[in-house]
Design a protein around this ligand. Structure first.
Ligand SMILES: [Cu+2]
Length: 145
């Protein structure tokens, strides 16, 4: 009994732990805010002291969370793309569920599948306007996972 509980715990730890340990878009493991178990998360560059910073920059959410991306003043000023910034080069990931958001002030993306999905502002990524969202499975949720 104890043994099977330990195996289960190890299995859960493996399931919950990100498979990559390197920081994507400057998001170290310790930077990720736990926003699991919520229906919605707002990501916005609404810090009045630094408009080139997403809040939250790095967050962990559950599968199926609605991500509300909000731009100040608009995404025309801060075009957002799903993709990776590494070595000073930004690369759009065409498979990212975040996709591209280049106009308007608000867009919703529902992150259905588990994984890590980095994103960046195409104009200001070199100034640190980058972030990453980790999506983890919903355990004991609707029974369909
Ligand atoms: Cu920007």
């Amino acid at each position: 009994m104890i043994r099977s509980a330990a195996v289960l715990a190890a299995g859960l730890a493996t399931l919950l732990a990100p498979s990559r340990s390197e920081a994507l878009n400057g998001c170290l493991d310790a930077d990720f805010l736990d926003r699991t178990g919520r229906a919605e998360l707002v990501v916005a560059n609404d810090d009045p002291t630094n408009m080139f910073r997403y809040r939250p920059r790095c967050a962990t959410v559950s599968e199926g969370t609605r991500i509300v991306f909000r731009a100040v003043p608009t995404f025309g000023h801060h075009p957002l793309y799903g993709g990776l910034v590494a070595g000073g080069t930004a690369t759009i990931d065409p498979a990212s569920p975040i996709g591209s958001i280049t106009n308007g002030t608000e867009t919703v993306r529902t992150l259905v599948d588990a994984g890590e999905f980095p994103y960046f502002c195409d104009f200001h990524y070199s100034q640190g306007m980058t972030g990453s969202l980790r999506v983890v499975p919903t355990l004991f949720g609707n029974g369909f996972d």
